[in-house]
Design a protein around this ligand. Structure first.
Ligand code: KG4
Ligand code: ZN
Length: 337
């Protein structure tokens, strides 16, 4: 029998404010990754400015790609396919990565694999341990809060999602109210380790669905801050951070628990930038023990946007026959399917 050939995939990610390239072997082994982050640039504006993000992707993409190949000590001839985030994300940013991927695919005659950004976040976990099905993926990031069931590789079934803001977006906005610099999520998380639950905040969408809602919670924090100010009372930032984190985490964990029960899930994956949250990680580990479910949370470096996860997802997308031609376009609101 002929031995199966190893497959080296070059992943490219540029959906928001990170320009990244990575080479992954067989969807599981990271060979080299380069990430150029624009956080320091957007910090001054309190959030990502799309036009500025696009311009920096243009400036960085070639450098990032060249450095990735150099770190891997590989040439384009040794790459078997190119995986690209086609959406969702900022359209101007997405297009820069897509054009680079299409150019390389055309020039070196390599298959072009379209990868949904959320599939990337989910497959970040395949760099840690093999998937077991049926699995449940809790995707929590700056743009998404979703529960996705998978019965096999690349078979996604969305159970529910946020009806308004994403959890990361909510973290960043609440952090701003507290006076923390963008992106405030990680700083708010740190502060939440030091306070007590003293402020009463509403548990969002406390119902029987798998959906989430974070805009009400965000408004409640803003109103609370205004009311305290009007009364001349100083806001206890640590306690507000802890009170907020407790409610935000509880909201996500309760819906995850319901999905585990209803769908008889034995394997739980947490993905996306907010998977780095200490409060959430602890609560999910406890839930895993309580429900007898194996929990997989990727290390921090795979939680936030990176091309390693795109190259990993690209491998399974390729096995599923998902190859695009050069008419592939970016889609800012792409649906995971
Ligand atoms: O996945 P990601 O890098 O980008 C998107 O696809 O959205 O996630 C970024 C989001 C930001 O909102 C950031 O504040 C949040 O993840 N985040 C955190 C933590 N680390 C990153 N939120 C809460 N706690 C954290 N430790
Ligand atoms: Zn992301």
């Amino acid at each position: 029998m002929q031995e199966k050939k190893d497959m080296y995939i070059l992943g490219i990610e540029s959906s928001c404010d990170e320009t990244s390239a990575s080479i992954v072997k067989n969807g599981t082994e990271e060979i080299a990754t380069v990430i150029s982050s624009q956080i320091d640039i957007h910090k001054d504006y309190g959030g990502v400015v799309p036009e500025i993000a696009s311009r920096h992707h243009v400036k960085n993409i070639t450098i990032v790609l060249e450095e990735c190949l150099e770190r891997a000590n590989m040439t384009m001839d040794e790459i078997d396919a190119i995986a690209i985030t086609y959406g969702p994300g900022l359209i101007g940013s997405l297009l820069i990565g897509l054009e680079a991927a299409k150019t390389l695919a055309w020039l070196y005659k390599k298959p072009l694999i379209p990868v949904h950004h959320i599939a990337g976040h989910i497959y970040a976990n395949s760099l840690v341990r093999p998937f077991k099905f049926p699995l449940l993926a809790l995707v929590v990031s700056g743009g998404h809060t979703e529960l996705i069931e998978m019965i096999d590789h690349y078979k996604f079934q969305k159970l529910g999602g946020t009806l308004d803001d994403a959890i990361g977006e909510c973290y960043d906005k609440v952090a701003r109210v507290i006076g923390l610099e963008y992106p405030g999520g990680p700083k708010l998380d740190k502060l939440a380790q030091t306070g007590k639950v003293t402020y009463k905040l509403p548990i969002p969408l406390h119902d029987d669905s798998y959906n989430f809602s974070f805009s009400g919670l965000k408004s409640a924090v803003i109103n609370l801050a205004h009311n305290e100010e009007q009364r001349g009372k100083e806001l206890n930032k640590e306690d507000l951070a802890t009170s907020f984190q407790t409610v935000a985490v509880e909201s996500v964990v309760s819906k995850t628990k319901k999905a585990i029960q209803d769908k008889n899930i034995k394997y739980l994956i947490v993905a996306g930038g907010v998977a780095a949250n200490q409060g959430l990680r602890k609560a999910i580990e406890e839930l895993g023990k309580e429900m007898n479910v194996t929990v997989s949370i990727p290390p921090m470096k795979y939680c936030t946007d990176n091309a390693t996860m795109i190259a990993a997802a690209g491998y399974y997308a390729y096995l599923d026959g998902r190859v695009a031609d050069l008419t592939l376009n970016s889609t800012s609101s792409a649906v995971l399917k």
